[in-house]
Design a protein around this ligand. Sequence first.
Ligand SMILES: Cc1cc2nc3c(=O)[nH]c(=O)nc-3n(C[C@H](O)[C@H](O)[C@H](O)COP(=O)(O)OP(=O)(O)OC[C@H]3O[C@@H](n4cnc5c(N)ncnc54)[C@H](O)[C@@H]3O)c2cc1C
Length: 472
Amino acid sequence: MDANEAWFRSRAWSVSGNRLGGPPDGKRPVVTSLAREIHQPRSVDEVVRIVRALPPSTPIACVSGGHGSSGSALVAAPDAVVLDLVHLKEITFHEDADGPLVTVGAGVVFRELVEALREQRGALPVGTGPGVGVVGYVVNGGLSGYFSRRLGLLGQRVERMTVVTAAGEVRVLGTADPELAAMVGAGSALGIVVDVTIRVAPASAIREAQQRVFGFDSRERAVRFTRGAVRLMRDAILPDPSVSQEIVVTGGGAIVVTTTFFDSFIGDPARFLAPLEELAASLELPLLAAARWGSWYEAAGALWPIIEGQSGDPLAFLCHAVGTRMAPDDAAIDYVCDVMVGEAPLDEAPLSIIEIRTLGGAAGTGRPIPTGNHHHDFFVDIVTMYDAGPKDGAARQAILDRTNGIVDRARTIPGLDVDFSGTHSQPDDPGEPPAAELIFGTPEAAAGIRALKKQLDPADRFRFHPYVRILD
Ligand SMILES: Cc1cc2nc3c(=O)[nH]c(=O)nc-3n(C[C@H](O)[C@H](O)[C@H](O)COP(=O)(O)OP(=O)(O)OC[C@H]3O[C@@H](n4cnc5c(N)ncnc54)[C@H](O)[C@@H]3O)c2cc1C
């Protein structure tokens, strides 16, 4: 194994399913990093030295947590230099007149941030993956299905950011700099983020979360349960900003419903949980598990053991999002249930999940940032995952085709937006790329990011990111 391959294996969580398709009898392609150099700088000065020592046209790929869906920064290109920021692990808590802040280095992953916040009795709208890079999530507009309705998108809480530009200059951006807002929705295309300073919320913002796990033995029953549960979500949860909910249909035959109650919630959580249990009972779906978490910390780490159990040789990964800007109508709900849940390749790709989430709330009313996630109240992602090791080319291609067929049909449903999220889209898909105004939220935001890209990175050094085909 050469050095690039060893590094790629140690840093890539998954490989894009688009790179694993192929002819039925074809060999499985070896996916690795193509970069000509891989650096692991230990300070901002070292980042600057590396950038300034390179010819100004050399492409640069930044890696934080290595969880990007296309793996474009990890794979890079033969003329590119990778900056693997894994050693920038500092987490510092401090305060200003408005309250507590945390400064996080570009190598910090969510598990480390969550553990540190626990000691400070703080809370943030963190992503579910323990190994996801905090900066890789922030610069692509990341969302929290559990917490964003109360705490906003993590990018909306960013107060300061240290960035090394394409020219090798260090800039410290604050909220008065218009570039800061761009960096928290499209930053992976604009610069090298060395650290980010985020406003911390009190842990008391989250009162409790409750999870119910129901089993299903036929897809038809999963569809029927999901349709009832999503209607309950639309009618009872979406109008109430003191609650959020995520319904996850898994390839393992379980439907996991997590309901989070915020500090503004008054009353008995049973109001939302009993109708779900009654729905499951009416369809004879067994209740496999019930849990209650009394703190932000417990809810933040609840999925870590499951996610850590997902592996493959390599693990194939495809991610797509659909959603609506207001409550979904019946046609959107029918598409989500009949097509996404009903036809997803859950049997062939058993690690797959469909995550159906409320968004909006503070994510919609908070500081505007250029991401579709700021504009959507209802969000569904279809994550296709499988161990590519034992599968032949025909099986891998069939999973890819089935997933693409489902996403293509979403584009025909009026009112349903497709692939509007930098953290939940698949930028290496063939065919039409997502619309820039969807992924950055509005036509004005898209025009602003395009102009800034030309100004800050005229040679397009930063070209390994989710917006690659819309910022060419
Ligand atoms: C198991 C799992 C769980 C997830 N959960 C969530 C979730 O709950 N919510 C959500 O929104 N998303 C979620 N995601 C998606 C994830 O947030 C995005 O893929 C994110 O971009 C990954 O960041 P990373 O640093 O781990 O990946 P990387 O592959 O290292 O980086 C991803 C992109 O960000 C760029 N980038 C990374 N670091 C920097 C930097 N320092 N400066 C400039 N650009 C940089 C890279 O160049 C690349 O383009 C999840 C993904 C997985 C696999």
